[in-house]
Design a protein around this ligand. Structure first.
Ligand SMILES: *[C@@H]1O[C@H](CO)[C@@H](O)[C@H](O)[C@H]1NC(C)=O
Ligand SMILES: *[C@@H]1O[C@H](CO)[C@@H](O)[C@H](O)[C@H]1NC(C)=O
Ligand SMILES: *[C@@H]1O[C@H](CO)[C@@H](O)[C@H](O)[C@H]1NC(C)=O
Ligand SMILES: *[C@@H]1O[C@H](CO)[C@@H](O)[C@H](O)[C@H]1NC(C)=O
Ligand SMILES: *[C@@H]1O[C@H](CO)[C@@H](O)[C@H](O)[C@H]1NC(C)=O
Ligand SMILES: *[C@@H]1O[C@H](CO)[C@@H](O)[C@H](O)[C@H]1NC(C)=O
Ligand SMILES: *[C@@H]1O[C@H](CO)[C@@H](O)[C@H](O)[C@H]1NC(C)=O
Ligand SMILES: *[C@@H]1O[C@H](CO)[C@@H](O)[C@H](O)[C@H]1NC(C)=O
Ligand SMILES: *[C@@H]1O[C@H](CO)[C@@H](O)[C@H](O)[C@H]1NC(C)=O
Ligand SMILES: [Cu+2]
Length: 580
């Protein structure tokens, strides 16, 4: 093997994705320092929370099967935690990261080493802070290189991360605390970003524009991540077609599309072949703009970068500066409009698991338990003598089955593992709405939109085949919600607009090749049904990946009990686990 791996031809074939990787399984170690760094965008300089002074943070790149150790040092006064979004964390829930769910936060001046193994996963994931709204700037790519060649035959010339985010000129802690104090919506961001760069459509930002260089005729892999706090996005490259090959680190049946929609928490790998004959600039616009389903305020603006051709065939010189563009007009580029739900639905319908002998689609054909949960926004009366800035001078909240999630002060995983007497959670989350109603058809403003507060979660034995029906509502407005599950991938077996019908909809499920994900964008004014085997003992957070909704309580969780023997049991907590 050693000698074989050193042959030049062998290495070329590995890079092109034709032969399996020769890299041995190993332990990959990283050191992450959470620290402030002065960063300037849009002519505003501010202290920004970063990892190792980088924005976005450093990329973690490992191979399938590697052990990973990330030593996190917290060099700020505030608490922090980090989450490895989409990593299954089999038996290592202590390393998952959501504050007060699987760990107490890492205090100022303290360290914690996240240790886990990447088992049977390959593709693009990401990492981010899972404490308060720190993930506004504390995020980065988590790339798992496959051991086996890619299941598509095109040789890949190079790959680019494309990470969307949001930039606020002000301090993100104040945005969050204002929102929680007055119960209104958060201040919207000043710009969307690609790899931390807003791009040419914003004032004082032309120099902060991403440029990816390509060669005519070659194929590139774009590893696209939506790390934005509160916004679903469309993404497209002018005059180019994208071929979707993977979502949330699971291969899909490849299909071509003009644009993708990507919700916060999701990742998408696309292939792009540089087929075009560029003009004298050699540049093609790559843009991301809102997929709009809500009536809440949002920033109607576009982040963009450029694909730049090397040696453009139509000219002998090539510009080094971003092309001057001022107006983004989707029509001009033949892109979907921001409210084009029809376009999104068609795109989403095309997502299918690859479902091949090597990568089978292990969707549970039968289930042990179906949980129907309504996801909604809520309005609560303003407390006496307080100012509230939500709709009708009330406070916004959000809930699942009318339970607005309250974080406990000790991590649920620790309470569960140590069987603490004074545990601050209960396992009686309602498995269906207590009072069924017309979820998507009512005039919501006329209804009672109060919610209940608590820390109710679900508990199931190891190996339970679970189905969750996530039912959207028209409370305040219909809206697309990206619901993320920790510790498990799931299969999206069904979805639709309007209300889920238990007697007719399950018969229409796709149990052959449904898409596998960790974050499902529940259709606006509709529902999605997901299935998975609960085979990872521990405590797992479920929440909307729109940060404002999580803050308002759109969250819950589930405990998977230990099964038989060590291989089906949660490992003991690491010695350096932070305490509360
Ligand atoms: C940011 O700049 C301000 C003003 O120049 C300075 O006081 C502060 O120490 C800087 N912060 C960091 C983290 O470099
Ligand atoms: C929204 O986007 C525009 C650019 O189109 C920017 O100038 C503005 O600061 C952003 N933020 C707000 C709060 O409008
Ligand atoms: C840029 O600044 C100019 C002048 O202040 C303003 O008129 C324009 O609306 C701004 N454009 C954006 C996109 O923010
Ligand atoms: C790109 O597409 C637009 C409209 O779809 C077209 O007007 C333009 O000529 C194309 N550009 C190139 C370089 O092919
Ligand atoms: C967003 O901005 C564009 C261009 O200025 C405008 O045509 C469109 O109506 C705006 N959309 C919304 C929902 O505000
Ligand atoms: C609210 O204000 C009223 C009148 O100023 C006062 O009597 C009452 O004690 C206040 N209530 C609370 C909870 O502070
Ligand atoms: C939610 O709970 C609140 C408080 O108990 C109640 O007033 C409201 O009617 C409930 N709503 C639904 C839809 O069950
Ligand atoms: C479900 O569909 C059946 C058959 O079309 C219909 O009779 C029933 O009323 C529907 N149930 C609900 C809750 O809409
Ligand atoms: C950090 O977390 C601990 C444990 O929950 C808490 O007691 C402490 O007040 C927090 N510190 C800060 C600065 O928020
Ligand atoms: Cu949401």
């Amino acid at each position: 093997m050693e000698g074989f791996c050193q042959l030049v031809l062998v290495n070329l074939l590995i890079i092109a994705g034709v032969l399996p990787s020769c890299v041995p399984q190993t332990t990959r170690r990283f050191e992450f320092n959470v620290e402030w760094k002065n960063v300037t965008r849009l002519c505003h300089t501010k202290p920004l929370l970063t990892v190792n002074g980088e924005y976005p943070g450093p990329t973690i790149a490992v191979h399938e099967g590697d052990d990973v150790e990330i030593k996190v040092t917290n060099s700020i006064a505030q608490n922090t935690t980090l989450h490895w979004h989409g990593i299954r964390q089999l038996r290592t829930g202590w390393a998952d990261g959501p504050a007060y769910i699987t760990q107490c936060p890492i205090g100022g001046g303290k360290t914690y080493t996240y240790k886990f193994t990447v088992i049977n996963q390959r593709g693009t994931l990401w990492w981010h802070s899972h404490h308060s709204w720190q993930r506004a700037s504390v995020y980065g790519a988590f790339i798992i290189h496959p051991r086996m060649p890619y299941p598509f035959s095109v040789p890949i010339q190079d790959e680019f991360p494309i990470i969307f985010g949001e930039w606020w000129n002000g301090d993100i802690d104040s945005v969050e605390s204002e929102m929680m104090k007055y119960g209104g919506g958060p201040d919207i961001s000043n710009a969307y970003t690609i790899n931390g760069l807003p791009g040419p459509f914003y004032n004082c930002s032309n120099k902060d524009t991403l440029i990816n260089t390509v060669e005519h005729g070659k194929t590139y892999m774009l590893r696209i991540i939506n790390a934005a706090l509160n916004d679903e996005l469309f993404f497209a490259v002018a005059n180019h077609t994208l071929t979707v090959v993977e979502i949330d680190a699971a291969y899909t049946k490849p299909f071509k599309t003009k644009a993708i929609m990507i919700a916060p928490g999701q990742t998408t790998n696309v292939l792009l072949t540089a087929t075009q004959v560029p003009d004298s600039s050699g540049m093609f616009l790559m843009a991301a703009w809102t997929y709009l389903t809500s009536v809440f305020p949002f920033n109607n603006s576009t982040t963009a970068g450029f694909l730049q051709y090397k040696n453009p065939m139509s000219t002998d010189h090539m510009s080094k500066h971003p092309k001057k563009v001022t107006i983004f007009d989707p029509v001009m580029y033949n892109f979907p409009q921001m409210d084009d739900t029809k376009y999104y639905t068609k795109f989403d319908d095309n997502l299918r698991s690859l479902s091949s002998p090597r990568y089978p689609c292990n969707v549970p054909k039968t289930i042990h338990k179906r949980i129907v949960t309504v996801i909604s926004l809520n309005l609560q009366d303003c407390p006496a003598n307080k100012t509230c800035k939500g709709y009708a001078n009330k406070r916004f909240y959000a809930s699942m089955n009318n339970q607005s999630f309250v974080r406990p002060t000790v991590s649920i995983l620790e309470s569960h593992y140590k069987k603490l007497k004074k545990s601050q959670y209960s396992t009686d989350f309602p498995e269906k709405p207590r009072r069924p109603f017309d979820y998507t058809g009512v005039n919501p403003i006329a209804k009672n939109m109060n919610t209940e507060f608590g820390t109710k979660i679900i508990q199931v034995p190891y190996g339970t085949n679970l189905e969750f029906v996530l039912q959207g509502t028209s409370f305040l407005n219909v809206e697309n919600h990206p619901i993320h599950f920790h510790g498990h991938n799931f299969f999206i077996v069904g979805k639709g607009f309007g209300n889920f019908n238990v007697s007719t909809d399950p018969a229409k499920y796709n149990l052959v090749d449904p898409p596998e994900r960790n974050t499902v964008a529940v259709p606006s004014g509709g529902w999605a049904a997901i299935r998975f085997k609960a085979d990872n003992p521990g405590v797992w957070f479920i929440h909307c990946h729109l940060e404002e909704h999580t803050s308002w309580g759109l969250a819950s969780g589930f405990i998977v009990q230990n099964g038989h023997g060590p291989s089906q049991s949660l490992l003991p907590p690491p010695k350096d686990l932070p305490s509360c």
